[in-house]
Design a protein around this ligand. Structure first.
Ligand code: ZN
Ligand code: ZN
Length: 380
């Protein structure tokens, strides 16, 4: 890459103020940040280039020398000597005070610090019967656990040495004129120790993948789409707390019942005669038993009969919802001879005894078709 002028890199005029330099660098650093451009070597190069420009222009002494002599004036001042991107994070990550620009925008700490294990997510399917009783589900999953051979350190004790670059302090100093800059040791990443031979079981990572079986207790009354949080059941971390396990619940459709919160709805066909005369039918319940449901005389098709305490338990109170039976009057499609004889007789009776509801309907039709004075016309 051709050498570019530091002002040009940050898009600044030569008389830019300190605040403008800071602002311009922040903009460039965010644009070319490796988190935003993963695996893009050109972006990484630009990110470094901007850091170098900032390193010089934000320092009055370096800037004066650069303005006067160009890059030649900076010789021997360790300008732009970044071993890797982590160097840049540790040099400038917190230079803006507070959380530092990187933390503020990416939540990525500039210095290594305690990291939580990753949280995991699984989903579990349930039958409605299991929602009714509550249940324990055994799931198997893969998660990273602390390596039993090295205890998460990544090596046997005899293979860990004090870092020679920082002599175990985790920080290195570089002197530039009167100013001494401290930064995280690039060799050991701030731990003060280096591993000469990594653990053979985990390859130095400190953790290994393991399949585990977990028994997950699911309380009665859960809804589909609910999420259980199992604290600390996620992945282990070598230097921080464990992650959590999120368990998303899905309740399968049921053949008989539709669910609405704690209420269960089912449909029951009944005959015309039962609707008219009343009677008793058997309806299913979620406990797998039959319930004798009373059909009152004069029940209309589509009417809802609600039975208290026969639904699902509510998650908080444990009190059960309703069983709601929608009664549908079934009209026979195939008639026997006897059916026909009786129905004709019934039809006759019905013609002689028109119900108030049907009378009202007939009136309305006449009114609509013949107008308001239909009463005179309708000499029935
Ligand atoms: Zn190990
Ligand atoms: Zn070190």
């Amino acid at each position: 890459m051709a050498e570019r002028d530091y002002y040009e890199i940050l898009g600044l005029d030569e008389d830019a103020s300190g605040a403008e330099v800071k602002k311009a660098y922040r903009k460039k650093a965010l644009k070319w940040h490796p988190d935003r451009n993963p695996g893009d070597p050109q972006a990484a190069e630009k990110f470094k280039e901007a850091a170098e420009a900032y390193q010089v222009l934000s320092d009055p002494e370096k800037r004066r020398l650069y303005d006067q002599y160009g890059k030649a004036g900076l010789r021997g001042m360790h300008v732009g000597e970044f071993t890797d991107l982590n160097d840049i994070f540790s040099a400038f990550g917190d230079i803006f005070g507070g959380g530092g620009i990187f933390e503020q925008f990416f939540g990525a700490p500039a210095r290594p610090r305690q990291r939580r294990g990753q949280s995991l997510r699984i989903s579990v399917e349930l039958d409605l019967e299991e929602v009714f009783t509550g249940t324990t589900k055994t799931v198997s999953l893969q998660r990273r656990e602390i390596c039993p051979q090295c205890g998460g350190i990544g090596a046997q004790k005899e293979n860990i040495r004090t870092c020679s670059a920082c002599r175990g302090y985790g920080e290195v100093e570089s002197r530039q004129g009167f100013i001494t800059m401290r930064r995280t040791c690039p060799r050991c990443g701030g731990s003060g120790k280096v591993i000469v031979k990594p653990c053979s079981k985990c390859g130095g990572r400190g953790r290994i993948r393991k399949s585990v079986e977990l028994a997950i207790e699911i309380p009665p009354g859960v809804e589909s789409g609910a999420r259980l949080e199992l604290r600390g059941e996620g992945e282990a971390s070598v230097d921080g707390p464990r992650g959590d396990l999120y368990c998303d619940l899905y309740v399968r459709e049921h053949d008989v019942f539709q669910r609405s919160g704690a209420d269960l709805l089912c449909e029951a066909p009944i005959s015309y005669s039962m609707a008219a005369l009343g009677g008793v039918i058997q309806v299913p319940t979620i406990d797998g038993k039959a319930y004798e449901l009373k059909i009152p005389p004069g029940t209309q098709s589509g009417e809802l009969i609600r039975v208290r305490n026969m639904g699902l338990p509510k998650l908080n109170t444990g009190r059960r919802g309703y069983l709601e039976v929608r009664v549908v009057v079934e009209t026979p499609r195939r008639l026997t001879k006897e059916h026909r004889v009786l129905l004709r007789k019934l039809a006759q009776i019905e013609q002689e005894n028109v119900s108030e509801r049907r009378k009202g309907f007939i009136e309305k039709v006449k009114e609509y078709i013949y107008g308001a004075d239909s009463s005179a016309l309708a000499g029935e």
